[in-house]
Design a protein around this ligand. Structure first.
Ligand SMILES: NC(=O)c1ccc[n+]([C@@H]2O[C@H](COP(=O)([O-])OP(=O)(O)OC[C@H]3O[C@@H](n4cnc5c(N)ncnc54)[C@H](OP(=O)(O)O)[C@@H]3O)[C@@H](O)[C@H]2O)c1
Length: 334
């Protein structure tokens, strides 16, 4: 495993996204199996574990808290609050208020069985919200020792700049993969300029980039792939040129398409850290193993040149996922 920095917080170059153990990808493993996979990731050098109050809601934090307890002080634990009420959180001030977020943080600490969170994210940053207020609250939580650092998810350049000026942000966690590169235009360069880490969620584009799914694959239950357009059978077919590129490069290097897709983003920026979701032993080994893949500049440039020629069809939007009834779509401008 290799390590890199999210501002001044050191993390493994590839982290573990824990959402799928309770939420978002259909049938879930048993608690014992989930804990075993989290421990396996840690044993392989993974030190970044991501969860959120919204996953479940709440039960994912309970699971992750229980799983990481034996090595809590050796890892970076990240969680998030959403700006809208979850079950039982109603207070007159509203969720996006000092009291609303303080309550949410205290509850996350309890569920995670810890007295501090390493990076606390605002899960969505509504366009009509005052980011400076949230930054102010975060600065107080840092002083109180409840969080070490904070971040935003799917925020805009303007929101990052305004909030960072009040309380420096350590990480932006937003969607980034070979299939979703919109943040390369503005947010990622801004992160570089301001020394903010960028944590890439859905780095495997929901598994597509592994090349192990096809247009006939069926998704059930709360699996977001039932509703996101990237997984329309028609788009799966139209996106084959990307898989062809990945297979060609992977075959030449004797590794897998999944590993090439993660190695590509690791090579491109040293402050980017992908957090794939993985619920099988071989995926844990494969994805964490991508941290050790070395691409030469020539290999990277060839991938980049070919990637730039490929049109990507479909995407993953909150509005589409909202149709499953498991998350709220919040107007964020991204
Ligand atoms: N901030 C946000 O708004 C936000 C949104 C979404 C996610 N997240 C965070 O980001 C994490 C990752 O997102 P994600 O789960 O969408 O990431 P992802 O890794 O792009 O997609 C996960 C899916 O891809 C499959 N997969 C991953 N690696 C694979 C491989 N090597 N071979 C075959 N299939 C593979 C997984 O399979 P199995 O699980 O079946 O093994 C799972 O179905 C989440 O767990 C969560 O912590 C944050």
């Amino acid at each position: 495993m290799k390590y890199r920095k999210l501002r001044d917080i050191e993390v493994s170059a590839v982290g573990l996204g824990c959402m799928g153990f309770s939420h978002g990808y259909g049938a879930i493993p048993t608690e014992d199996e989930s804990i075993r996979l989290i421990h396996k990731s840690y044993d392989l050098g993974c030190t970044l574990f991501d969860t959120a109050e919204a996953y479940g809601p709440f039960v994912n934090e309970e699971l992750v808290g229980k799983a990481v307890k034996p090595f809590r002080d050796k890892i970076i634990l990240t969680t998030k609050f959403v700006p809208v009420f979850q079950e039982g959180q109603e207070i007159p001030e509203g969720k996006l208020s000092k009291k609303g977020v303080t309550n949410a943080l205290n509850d996350s600490l309890k569920r995670l069985q810890t007295d501090y969170i390493d990076i606390y994210y605002e899960h969505r940053v509504p366009l009509d919200s005052r980011v400076e207020d949230v930054a102010e609250w975060m600065s107080e939580f840092i002083k109180e020792g409840k969080i070490r650092a904070w971040g935003q998810s799917q925020s805009t350049v303007e929101q990052i700049k305004k909030a960072h000026a009040v309380c420096p942000i350590s990480a932006i966690q937003s969607e980034y993969s070979m299939m979703e590169r919109k943040f390369e235009r503005d947010v990622i360069p801004l992160c570089k300029e301001l020394n903010i880490g960028f944590v890439a969620f859905s780095p495997m584009a929901g598994g597509f980039l592994s090349g192990k799914y096809n247009k006939n694959t069926e998704y059930k239950g709360d699996d977001v792939r039932r509703v996101i357009t990237r997984f329309n059978p028609e788009n799966v077919e139209k996106n084959q040129p990307l898989l062809d590129l990945l297979h060609t490069v992977a075959d030449k290097k004797g590794i897998t398409p999944a590993q090439i897709s993660l190695a590509w983003m690791l090579h491109k920026n040293d402050f980017v850290v992908p957090i794939p979701g993985m619920r099988k032993d071989e995926r844990v080994v494969e994805n964490l193993g991508s941290a050790d893949v070395v691409l030469t500049d020539e290999e990277f440039n060839n991938i980049e040149t070919e990637l730039n020629k490929i049109t990507i069809y479909g995407n993953r939007t909150d509005e589409d996922i909202h149709k499953l009834g498991t998350v709220h779509a919040i107007e964020t401008g991204k």
